[in-house]
Unconditional design. Structure first.
Length: 346
């Protein structure tokens, strides 16, 4: 098991001491990517020698291999100290951080840089092959989006339909959660969500919506609750999914001011579940460790893969008002009490 102070920094003071420059950050990525020793991604050779700048030279195929190659950090022009600071701010606070907030706190010259960094980190928050939910699992669908006129409930326009699954814990409390944007509430769509996120043989707790019996099939045990016939509020038989949905909506409105496009909603839901499922961790540094551990195992993500509506090459964008250069490293020499000089100048 990872240990505080050995595998990850447990406080902001330790974080600054561990990663004072980009070389230290690169060495940490090297250790995370090859904890048992170097393995060349091209030929599988386990022998190499280190070169300048933290790059390795494979003894077998003689290729240069960087710890950032084939990861979300590949070909980045942003210094690793900035990446690490962004990951720390994203995981150390229970509400995360917005792109505008990250731009301001790190002094980035471009909002697009902060937005893209956070989306690349979010792409690493879903671990491939993660364990499925098990036991008694509440399942329901809810709409995410602002208040708009028209039809309410299932079938509303201009909103995203999200399927939610939450483990129940005995005698009380909740376990892990999964959230996914779905195209509709038909039986095939709900069945696909159940098979992707819930272990077969688990007990599925749902309302009496007609799609669930076909979605559950013979793979799960179904225990529906007829909310309309019982006369009780929907959150009484299914408290977990309503609690998780309420927390997620409150987070989107608070941290991101509700300015989340439907096309990008899934990435934000992945971030919410990443933190929610690790809410009992005693050290926030553990979340930082897990995120960086998954970041070196996640493939590269390009801007056009992330942006929902990229600008066509035929469309000439507006000329920038000022030139933006890549952000500088956070590794700076100590300042000699500039506030004293300000007093002298005053």
């Amino acid at each position: 098991m990872p240990r505080n102070g050995l595998h990850y920094p447990g406080s902001y003071a330790e974080f600054r001491a561990w990663f004072p420059d980009d070389i230290a950050c690169l060495d940490y990525l090297d250790w995370l990517r090859w904890p048992g020793g170097f393995v060349c991604p091209h030929c599988g050779c386990e022998s190499s020698w280190e070169m300048a700048g933290g790059v390795r030279r494979c003894s077998g195929c003689r290729r240069r291999v960087s710890p950032t190659a084939s990861t979300i950090f590949q070909d980045t022009r942003t210094p690793l100290t900035v990446w690490f600071a962004a990951a720390w701010y994203l995981t150390s606070q229970k509400n995360g951080i917005s792109s505008l907030g990250l731009q301001r706190v790190l002094g980035l010259g471009s909002y697009q840089t902060a937005w893209m960094m956070l989306h690349r980190l979010r792409s690493a928050m879903v671990r491939p092959g993660r364990e499925l939910l098990s036991g008694d699992v509440e399942v329901d669908e809810m709409f995410f989006g602002g208040v708009k006129p028209g039809k309410r409930g299932r079938g509303a326009d201009g909103k995203a339909l999200v399927a939610i699954a939450v483990e129940q814990r005995v005698p009380k409390g909740y376990g892990r959660a999964r959230m996914a944007v779905i195209r509709d509430a038909t039986a095939p769509t709900l069945r696909e969500f159940l098979l992707d996120h819930v272990e077969r043989g688990s007990v599925v707790l749902s309302d009496a919506f007609r799609s669930y019996p076909l979605a559950v099939g013979d793979d799960f045990i179904h225990r529906p609750s007829n909310v309309a016939a019982s006369g009780v509020p929907a959150h009484v038989p299914l408290p977990g999914v309503h609690r998780v949905a309420s927390l997620a909506k409150r987070w989107l409105l608070g941290t991101h001011q509700g300015a989340v496009e439907i096309d990008h909603l899934q990435a934000y839901l992945d971030e919410f579940c990443f933190r929610f499922n690790r809410r009992s961790s005693r050290s926030r540094g553990m979340l930082f460790y897990r995120l960086m551990q998954q970041a070196v195992s996640s493939p590269p993500v390009t801007y056009r893969q992330v942006v929902a509506n990229p600008v066509s090459k035929r469309t000439r964008p507006n000329a920038p008002t000022s030139a933006h250069s890549p952000p500088g490293s956070l590794s700076l020499p100590p300042a000699a009490q500039p506030w004293r000089r300000a007093t002298d100048l005053g």
